[in-house]
Write a protein of this length. Sequence first.
Length: 238
Amino acid sequence: MKNTGIKILITGGARRLGRILAETLATRGASTAIHYNSSSEEANDLKHQLAAHGSTAHLIQADLTSPATCEDVITQAVRLLGGLDVLINNAATFQSDTLRDLNVEHAQKQMMLNCWAPLLLARSFAQQCPGGKIIHILDQRIARHDGHHLSYTLSKKALAESVGMLALELAPNFTVNAVAPGAVLPPDKRSGTREKAGPAPMGHAGTPEEVAEAVAFLMEAESITGQIIYVDGGQHLL
């Protein structure tokens, strides 16, 4: 599968899954704009790494918890790439909480970055470009009731519910789909989270590369919209 010449924006593209998405899609020939917030060192390292393999990447620094910034990110991506074909909403924040220790300020930040920012980016994309593909990166938790990550799970469930809504509203010019990974990477040391990956019917929860393959597939699919692909070894079934 090739994505030669496709112009893509990946939010949160400097680290972890976002970085693997950027690396995979760039090696397939896509032109990339990589958004980051505070990970400037990782973003520049990725840019140089892709350049060494013959791929040009543009960097966009922005705090997506600011609604006004979301529109500007799309404007920058369109200018830097000379257009935009695919928006991959990958940026997210992950914090543990329950009803008993719920902090509304922290919960609102998760909802803003994990749900409202992707919707604002999608709206700006639809306003500035004639057509394209929108792909949200979700989480297999959307199929379960994870009370240990209350506000995070609610934010991802809300974004998941928007997939079908946006697919209908933006058709026929845009497709809107999502990929819901399982525990495809070790815990993020920055977040301080040390949870176990949990069981999976297939014996493993998948790999970041498999997530990237699913994204690449949706980038080329012309007749698929409103769908969520789980890449989690069946964890969402439990």
